[in-house]
Design a protein. Sequence first.
Lengths: 289, 303
Amino acid sequence: MVLKGMTLSNRRVLRASIQIVAHSVLILGSVLFLFPFFWMVSASFKTSTELLGSAQSLLPSRITWESYDIAFNSTMPLLRNLYNSLFVSINYTVLAVFLCSLAGFAFAKFNFPGKRFLFALMLGTIMVPGVVNIVPSFIVMKTLGWVNTYWSLIIPGAANAFGIFFFRQYIKSAVPDELLDAARMDGCTDFGIYWRIVVPVISPALVTMAIMDFMGTWNDYQWPLIMLRSPDMYTVIVAIASFPAPRFRQPWGAIMAGSTVSVLPPIVLFLLFQKRIISGITIGSVKGA
Amino acid sequence: MVATAYPKRKKKSIFRRIWDNRAAYLFITPFFIGFLLLDAFPLAFSGYLSLHKWNGLGEMRYRGPANYTRAFQDSRFLVSLKNTATLWLGHIFLLLALAFILAVVLNSKLIKGRYVYRVIYYLPNITAIAPMALVFGLIFDTHFGILNLGLTALGITGPPWLTEPFWANVSIIILNIWSALGWYMLILLAGLQSIDPTLYEAAQVDGSTTLQRAWYITLPGLRDVLFFAFIIETIGSFELFTEPQLLTNGGPLNSTLTASLYLYNSAFSYNKFGYSSAMSFILFAIIVVVTIIQARLTAEDEA
């Protein structure tokens, strides 16, 4: 123990120097981590000649909306793409939160034959890498006629193992059995118990999961890329990645403008609900590991 | 039936118990429909498909193991496996080491404002990787990218980030670490906070050094979480798709063509569904083997 033999003032100096070194490194790291966001926004307001010049300033010499104009009016139906993202994300989120909490309730508070096996089977699906299923899943979607529809983005994965596990953990510890027994005595049905007792008690977890689901759906790329075939059905993320690119002449300004618009909703949500999101992530990992 | 503290008077028959719990079965049914339709059936169908030649529309033609032998002779597939392994080994230790250091530092009560840092380092993880890969493409551009312009200003000639095989891999690893670090930091932070603080107090009373405590308490306390992180990131590495597709498009000279990207291209650009299924099975087998080896290694460590 280094601190032991030191006088009080020495100890203070040591602490202060640890602080200074740590903060310098952390601040430098933060600047590097935030730089891509800064550069994206800054680039989206530059003119196309300024963007690809050999001398570039950190900030645009004058703010121009030219890139946003191109992004919204002459590349992709970006407003429609934003609407698609919003529609799909909201519907998926509502469905996922409902189905996962319901199944989580069943696994947390019921004692039915085969429960342990079914629970293990469910958790096992987390370990199956998506890449294995991508071709046959596409064929399933095609058979159902869901390719290039919202269904393909809303239904698959709505009842997912991670969400069910998350709610099962939460319900197990947050909902007292006595409360459920009392409701049962009053003649409440099982779904009634879920709706009137469980849902109000777990509402913080519902909100956390809803935000995570919303962000996940909004940000998803590979699955919607495979499912969606026409630009007017694209989600905003797919649309930006598919901006028409003349050979060697990427429309960088428009891409930066579109990127800025597309990453904004999750960032705003995150900054509003950071505490909940951060605690939500740790519930699933540590208690599960 | 809701699990209750009722004393068990008589053992109910299994059918009775199933009937009593019909609501619970109903509640978990949506998941298992999805499981059958999107996990079990595809897995089985994918096995069937891998023995056929099929373009997704016409008739399927039985090929036997031809798709598999073809895969092992397909130089692009082999290169894509090699690239996947390179990217995996090239970043996973660095990523987890950085996440570990960051978690330890941001768990320390000595660091003021640690909550703000956590938010900043986590931010990339909640942003869509696809648009950010495009942003990195602009930053990394050899000629007009801000990175090389900045390096030139410092008197350094920057490397051709996206157009030279080695540096293209480095670029993908940088993007990958940038986007994943925050998540692993949080997972490890949660692991740190679940270590019993009295262990540290006892060790301190016994006169241990900070390093000894890190080695004998922190690392063993994190072993499950680290193992979990390692498995998750390994599976994630095998699925690496968005970054190589949008940052380098598999190039230059196929040097960043990952297995996942090659599989996607042959299925959805060239409609080789049977062949892609065979490749995904090979990939699946590799992932299973790697996971088992990892589990074994950890189990041996423990013994």
